[in-house]
Ligand binder design. Structure first.
Ligand SMILES: [Zn+2]
Length: 443
């Protein structure tokens, strides 16, 4: 059995992770590495940083008479700390750090948060949630899907939205670094994340409870502008650690405990490992840093071995804590679950037939084909309370804008955009890169 499995897999020549053969291209690179090359390796950071500065200046002007000009998602983890530091010190913003209490913050994260905001002289709010209510949501979601990060995303999004409204600050900033965290590859689908969440928990959680975490109506009626800082400036892990440790007194715990802000982060790797989900493991830090050229193969091997042993040797106490928190037996962790029933798709494969025909007749430009594609998928995005528009198509880059309830959605930035990119490449042209061009809130 083990041998058969080994034969089906191939090692990517670049990130050295094992993949099913269908994910490896003719050049020996995996899909993730191929995507990374297209999107990140040739990014003109001088240009993108200028774009960032223009955006930030817009909100400095807009909010010059207010106390803050940006709200920043702040978990106490290294990336959000670095994002806050940059906003304050490199770009001269007046940010408000906002923590969505997800119920799983570690003591170290809380301590790090305090140290950093004191050091930076930045105001900080923690949007507290009822602990039992949160646990009931995690349980309901995990028991149907074996995933739990989604609940955390909802606490962050809703806390940011709340702070943005309260202080009249449309600019919301995150420290998500998609270059080295490609978890959207696991999640490619076009269904609204918040609708999917509601569909999963609605049988076990009262509506008035889970709806507190669903903010698409709020986002649809307020012009928030969500910016992921590391879409615009390079994210170099060792530089970030150096700065945080030396300037901010941030405790990295020897740089080994990657996601030190989440109490169950190790369990995430453990779950992937015991379910033999190697593709997911390939998305984690060592492969991501090797792929990005930030570490040598030797450093990669050392790091991978450390991470693997961390996931393999999760303490019994931690597993028990996890099982207790999520209300499941150990067998559940490796069981397979039926898919959750979501609303039927509005569009089907057949709806793309006119587009394919037009492409084969070869009498329409790529721009026209892209317009056709967006018109085909729009009804589905609208059903979910969102909308989509083409902003520009130039040099293989298609810029689209997500509107309505999709506006300001962190998951939309990862999942919806990636799914649209998949459709664009499938139905129009394989060389197109999709970007989410966001609309600034009015002055
Ligand atoms: Zn690879």
């Amino acid at each position: 059995m083990e041998k058969a499995q080994a034969e089906e897999r191939m090692q990517c020549v670049r990130c050295l992770m094992p993949f099913e053969k269908r994910f490896i291209g003719a050049d020996g690179e995996c899909v993730i590495c191929r995507e990374h090359r297209k999107k990140w390796l040739n990014r003109d950071y001088q240009k993108t940083e200028q774009q960032l500065i223009d955006i930030l200046n817009h909100y400095k002007r807009r909010n010059k008479n207010k106390r803050y000009d940006a709200v920043v998602a702040f978990s106490g983890g290294k990336d959000s700390v670095y994002a806050l530091y940059l906003l304050k010190h490199r770009y001269g913003m007046r940010p408000l750090a906002v923590t969505g209490d997800n119920g799983l913050l570690t003591e170290r994260a809380l301590k790090n948060m305090k140290t950093v905001v004191d050091q930076l002289g930045v105001d900080h709010v923690i949007a507290r949630r009822d602990k039992e209510e949160l646990q009931s949501l995690y349980r309901a979601y995990f028991q149907k899907t074996k995933n739990f990060c989604e609940v955390c995303y909802l606490t962050i999004t809703s806390a940011l939205g709340q702070a943005a409204l309260e202080h009249d600050v449309p600019l919301m900033v995150t420290g998500f670094a998609f270059k080295v965290d490609s978890s959207h590859f696991r999640a490619a689908r076009r269904y609204c994340f918040e609708d999917a969440f509601a569909a999963v928990v609605k049988d076990s959680i009262p509506e008035d409870v889970y709806k507190k975490y669903i903010t698409k109506d709020v986002r649809a009626s307020n012009k928030f502008h969500l910016v992921h800082l590391f879409d615009y400036i390079n994210h170099v892990e060792s530089e970030i650690y150096d700065l945080l440790e030396t300037q901010l007194g941030w405790d990295s715990a020897g740089r080994e405990d990657k996601h030190s802000d989440c109490r169950f982060h190790h369990m995430l790797g453990y779950l992937r490992r015991i379910n033999n989900d190697l593709t997911s493991l390939a998305l984690m830090t060592p492969a991501a840093l090797l792929r990005d050229g930030q570490i040598t193969v030797e450093q990669f091997r050392t790091m991978l071995a450390k991470e693997e042993s961390l996931f393999a040797n999760v303490e019994r106490e931690q597993i028990d804590d996890f099982l207790q928190y999520f209300g499941v037996e150990e067998e559940f962790l490796t069981s397979s679950l039926p898919p959750v029933a979501l609303a039927d798709p509005v569009i089907t494969e057949e709806d793309f037939a006119p587009l394919l025909e037009a492409r084969h007749r070869n009498n329409k430009s790529k721009s026209e084909l892209l317009e056709m594609l967006i018109a085909i998928i729009r009804p589905e995005v609208q059903r979910d309370g969102g909308d989509i528009a083409i902003v520009d198509y130039h040099d293989h880059i298609l810029k689209v804008r997500l509107l309505g309830g999709c506006r300001g959605c962190m998951i939309g930035d990862q999942v919806m955009i990636r799914y649209l990119e998949y459709l664009v490449r499938k139905y129009v042209s394989d060389d197109i890169i999709l970007e989410h061009a966001k609309e600034p809130a009015p002055l």
